[in-house]
Every structure is written in structure tokens, then in C-alpha cells.
Design a protein around this ligand. Structure first.
Ligand SMILES: NC(=O)c1ccc[n+]([C@@H]2O[C@H](COP(=O)([O-])OP(=O)(O)OC[C@H]3O[C@@H](n4cnc5c(N)ncnc54)[C@H](OP(=O)(O)O)[C@@H]3O)[C@@H](O)[C@H]2O)c1
Length: 290
């Protein structure tokens, strides 16, 4: 008779990424290395989910009793109506990148903004009472700008190629968070110069400088950069973009997008497992492939 050691059968907890496309994601490598390091019986998989199948995929989290998922383009906003509850940050940002399955109750979080702020803090930059210029007004800019608002920045300036999008974002943040100072700034040299000369932090949230277009010059003129600034580029491939190279040359402090990538993943890891994520292992995994 076949004797199956039922008591010893491992129950693997499944998590993963829902997106379209998903194949270039670093998340499975980062999370599976972290699970292995902590000896957790979890597995992170990629799920290619067509937009028309999003609801079925979300029902599948309950149906298959997955522990949770991450979401990426194009599902981060559209998923919200299918969830039971969402966090304060996810509601403000209007996007969910992490879901936890709490005994069939699906709770949505947004770990992008918090992951971004963690990457500032680990570089000894404390956003409270600081003045910040955000370049871009897309999904990443929304997460970063709302989180900076929640952290109590003094002044928030947003510039964007399509100026109307910066105006809409500024209006929305102003209505929801009542910051001391918030302005949309046209992407024009003199106007940007006036802002950059008096602020503490620049965050470039555009894809400019990303591989394979890594030689494209930055959105802002590098001559405006100075040594009182901290400059963050959310692009992490390459880790040092043309903007960060120019900022370093100008004597500014630089922070790459890798920190945000690791920390947004680490926060999701902690939401699913309740354990502190081994961020150094996650970073090392990135270095193996870069
Ligand atoms: N490090 C991390 O963990 C992390 C997390 C999230 C995102 N990111 C990175 O952030 C970048 C943006 O992602 P997203 O989701 O915010 O994208 P998105 O929603 O498409 O927004 C892109 C933004 O960049 C601007 N932009 C695009 N091409 C431009 C150009 N040639 N010149 C000037 N501005 C340009 C767009 O301006 P318009 O409004 O005029 O189109 C828009 O404001 C990507 O590179 C992504 O990989 C990194």
C-alpha cells in the first residue's frame, strides 16, 4: 500500500505578479531569493492576465487560496472595484500594487510610495519640511507625490511634458492633503531654474534614461543641478542614469531607483508573510543579473 506522509507534505503558499506583459519582471527573482533566505515555503510566480480577464484572475485569488499578489501595468487602477478593502495610501494614490488574501477577504495596498520614502530614509534624506520637485505626472509620480505629501513636505512642485496632467495632479493632491505649498510648473528652463535653485530634492519619475535609451539626455538641463540637492531617478536599469551622473558631477547627493524597487517589494513581502524582508539578499539578487 502506498503510504503518503500526509503530515509532512509541505503546503506551499503561492504569491505572484498579475500584469500584461509580465515577462521582464525582476519580482520573482527578488521574492523567491528572499523566501529561500528565510526558509519560507512560498513561491512567487508570473501570471500574464489580459485586461478582459482581470476580474476572473482576482476571483481566482480567492478560489485558489493564493496568499496574495502584486499588480502591474495595466491593472493597478482597474483592480480597485474587485477588492473588499483598500489602504489609505492606495485610496489616495488611486492604485493598488499589492493584494493580501486574508481568509478570502482581499485587501489592497500601494507599497510604491512607502518604498520610495524608505529609499530616501536609508540615504539619510528626511522629507518632512523639505521642498521637492517631481518630474512627471504618471503613475509613479502619483505614488511618490502623495506619499511625500503624507510625509509632511513643505513645498511640492510638479512639472510634466504634458502640463495639464501636472495641473490635474496638483489639484487632486491639494484637495486631498492641503499641503503648505503645492504648484504645477511648466517644463521651461527659466521657471525650473527658479524652483531648482531653492529646493532640497528632485525626483525624476519619467522613463528617460532607461535601457536601451540610456544615452538620452535628462529632461532637465544638468547645468541647473547644484550641491545642496539630493537627486533621485526612479529608473533602475541602468542604476546610474545620465541624470544621476550629471547630479554627481554637480556635487549633489544621488539616489537610484533600485532602493524603491527593493523596498516596495520588501513591504509587500512583509504584508504577505508577517516577516521582515531580507533586503540585502534582494539587492544581491538584482546585482547578479545587472
Ligand atoms: N524604482 C521603482 O521601483 C519604480 C516604480 C515605478 C515606476 N518606476 C519607473 O518610473 C518610470 C515611469 O513609470 P510610470 O508608471 O509613472 O509611467 P507613466 O504612468 O507612463 O508616466 C510616465 C511619465 O513620464 C513622462 N514622460 C514619458 N516620456 C517622456 C519624455 N520623452 N520626455 C518627458 N517626459 C516624458 C510622461 O509625460 P506625459 O504625461 O507628457 O506623457 C509621464 O509623466 C518608468 O521608468 C518605471 O520603470 C520605477
Amino acid at each position: 500500500m502506498l503510504k503518503i506522509p500526509i503530515d509532512n507534505l509541505p503546503k506551499t503558499e503561492i504569491v505572484g505578479l498579475l500584469g500584461y506583459p509580465v515577462e521582464h519582471s525582476f519580482s520573482p527573482l527578488m521574492h523567491n531569493a528572499a523566501f529561500k533566505e528565510l526558509d519560507l515555503n512560498y513561491l512567487y510566480l508570473l501570471f500574464e492576465v489580459l485586461p478582459k480577464n482581470l476580474k476572473a484572475a482576482i476571483d481566482g485569488i480567492r478560489g485558489l487560496n493564493l496568499k496574495g499578489v502584486n499588480l502591474t501595468i495595466p491593472h493597478k487602477e482597474k483592480v480597485i472595484p474587485y477588492l473588499d478593502e483598500i489602504s489609505k495610501e492606495a485610496e489616495l494614490i488611486g492604485a493598488v500594487n499589492t493584494i493580501k488574501n486574508d481568509d478570502g477577504k482581499l485587501i489592497g495596498y500601494n507599497t510604491d510610495g512607502k518604498g520610495f520614502v524608505k529609499s530616501l530614509l536609508e540615504n539619510d534624506f528626511y522629507p518632512q519640511d523639505k521642498n521637492v520637485l517631481v518630474i512627471g505626472a504618471g503613475g509613479a509620480a502619483r505614488a511618490v507625490s502623495f506619499q511625500l505629501g503624507l510625509e509632511g513636505v513643505n513645498g511640492l512642485y510638479i512639472t510634466n511634458r504634458t502640463f495639464e496632467k501636472a495641473e490635474v495632479l496638483v489639484k487632486e493632491i491639494d484637495t486631498k492633503l492641503h499641503l503648505k505649498r503645492i504648484e504645477s510648473v511648466p517644463l521651461e528652463e527659466q521657471k525650473l531654474y527658479n524652483i531648482i535653485s531653492k529646493i532640497d530634492l528632485i525626483v525624476d519619475t519619467t522613463p528617460i534614461g532607461m535601457h536601451p535609451n540610456h544615452k538620452v539626455p535628462p529632461v532637465i538641463n544638468p547645468e541647473m543641478l547644484h550641491q545642496e540637492l539630493t537627486v533621485v531617478d526612479l529608473v533602475y536599469n541602468p542604476v546610474e542614469t545620465t541624470l544621476l551622473k550629471a547630479a554627481r558631477k554637480a556635487g549633489a547627493k544621488v539616489i537610484s531607483g533600485l532602493g524603491m524597487l527593493i523596498h516596495q517589494g520588501a513591504i509587500a513581502f512583509e504584508i504577505w508573510t508577517g516577516k521582515t524582508a531580507p533586503t540585502e539578499i534582494m539587492k544581491k539578487e538584482f546585482e547578479k543579473y545587472s
